[in-house]
Design a protein around this ligand. Structure first.
Ligand code: 5RP
Length: 235
């Protein structure tokens, strides 16, 4: 079972999912690059393919970390501009439920991830098997929050049953973690989210929440590595 996988097995699954995703990339594509460790494997493999002359692509990254990695492996980067659309975005996830309902943002990049997912013709999710769940909510749902609004956002999320905690910067505790936009990250412990679409509407209505980590109706496919198997899931 996924829960009993050790770190080495999980990393191997992430690498296998990332390697499979390369097959989705065609020459000349404009590609969105996700964030997190699985997306990082994909970025490295894409860089290898570019340097080997197998592909030419341009890309935009969903975080400063992914942008730096992409640059270091020789991927040509495109700045955001009006009319820009991506043929394909490849990104990880924290949870995948039926219909490819996702929780994302464990790495704090949920805002840019959702911007690129929405600006993409095809969002491909790549994960290890531990991310598959029957229902969202076990993983704390991340929010990006404007600092001024924090107290009221915490009150509103608590009323929704989300038991919010402000994410701490582990390298600089007890300072709060900041997103690439300089906003705060709040993790909401719902434990289970039986109605993700309803919760998304409620969260969008709270002033000061810039974005939430529910990605609904966005992913077109997910590659989930499970041991030696590769599952390709669709909504
Ligand atoms: C970052 C994300 C990541 O995709 C998610 O946290 C998965 O990360 P990893 O591939 O390291 O398990 O949403 O904001």
């Amino acid at each position: 079972m996924a829960a009993s996988l050790n770190q080495a097995q999980t990393d191997k699954e992430k690498q296998r999912a990332a390697a499979q995703a390369l097959r989705w990339v065609s020459d000349g594509m404009l590609v969105g690059l996700g964030s997190g460790s699985t997306a990082a494997y994909f970025i490295q493999l894409l860089g290898d393919a570019l340097r080997a002359g197998q592909l030419r692509v341009q890309a935009t990254a969903t975080s400063l970390a992914s942008e730096a990695l992409a640059r270091s492996v020789g991927i040509a980067l495109v700045e955001p501009r009006r009319g820009l659309r991506f043929d394909l975005t490849v990104d990880g996830a924290d949870e995948i439920a039926p219909q490819l309902a996702l929780v994302k943002g464990g790495g704090g990049a949920l805002l840019r991830e959702k911007v690129l997912a929405t600006a993409s013709d095809y969002l491909l999710i790549i994960t290890d098997s531990s991310k598959l769940v029957p229902q969202l909510g076990r993983f704390p749902l991340p929010l990006e929050v404007v600092p001024f609004a924090l107290p009221w956002v915490l009150d509103a999320v608590a009323q929704l049953g989300g038991a919010p905690t402000v994410r701490i910067d582990q390298k600089n505790a007890p300072q709060p973690a900041l997103s690439d936009q300089g906003n705060l990250l709040v993790d909401c412990h719902f434990n289970s989210i039986p109605d993700p679409a309803g919760l998304a509407v409620q969260l969008q209505a709270i002033p000061g929440i810039v974005e939430h980590g529910l990605f609904l109706g966005l992913a077109r496919a997910a590659i989930v590595a499970q041991g030696e198997e590769l599952l390709v899931l669709r909504p």
